[in-house]
Design a protein around this ligand. Sequence first.
Ligand SMILES: O=c1nc[nH]c2c1ncn2[C@H]1C[C@H](O)[C@@H](COP(=O)(O)OP(=O)(O)OP(=O)(O)O)O1
Ligand SMILES: [Mg+2]
Length: 201
Amino acid sequence: MTDPVNGFKELVLASHNAGKLKELQAMLGDAVRVRSIGEFSQVEPEETGLSFVENAILKARNAARISGLPALADDSGLAVDYLGGAPGIYSARYADGKGDAANNAKLLDALKDVPDAQRGAQFVCALALVRHADDPLPILCEGLWHGSILHEARGEHGFGYDPLFWVPESGCSSAELPAEQKNRLSHRARAMALFKQRLGL
Ligand SMILES: O=c1nc[nH]c2c1ncn2[C@H]1C[C@H](O)[C@@H](COP(=O)(O)OP(=O)(O)OP(=O)(O)O)O1
Ligand SMILES: [Mg+2]
């Protein structure tokens, strides 16, 4: 059935990241039928924007173009205070595309002698929904999650930088949080709550 308010019944999630897809799907629940961009293409668009929002829009437009469906994209990353906000929009490519383990190792090295008081960081998430590839008014929602960077990896859940991200309100790393808890607290959860509100989901 077509949603009477928003005019769509299906949504393509414009992410090639399995960890993200799982979280976004869990947060959307059965509010809309969700497809994944992997069903349509394995080619990842180049993230050429200078902001999370620009990259989210770019990924959403690309997915809408390829799938012919409304598309929701997530551009996210970790902004570390001591590093002036790096790796930021370059978080996925921090260690030149060598993957999560290499990214985490590089971050630990960059903060090697930095004391706890200067290890503050935030996860950032920008969500963009386009109803079609040329949508002139994408729906944009953002979320932040404040924490700090640990001295070594802890925990097995989640993905990306989760093992290095200390969550003060929970007293553990974000990789030690069960999925349900991370999905209530995270930058992505905050952005998604706004998004659902905005769409009346
Ligand atoms: O909750 C999170 N927990 C841990 N790490 C996270 C989280 N959220 C983003 N991150 C990290 C992973 C990656 O290093 C970068 C996102 O990069 P980003 O380009 O948005 O995603 P991606 O390339 O993995 O997949 P895609 O662009 O297809 O959605 O930030
Ligand atoms: Mg990416």
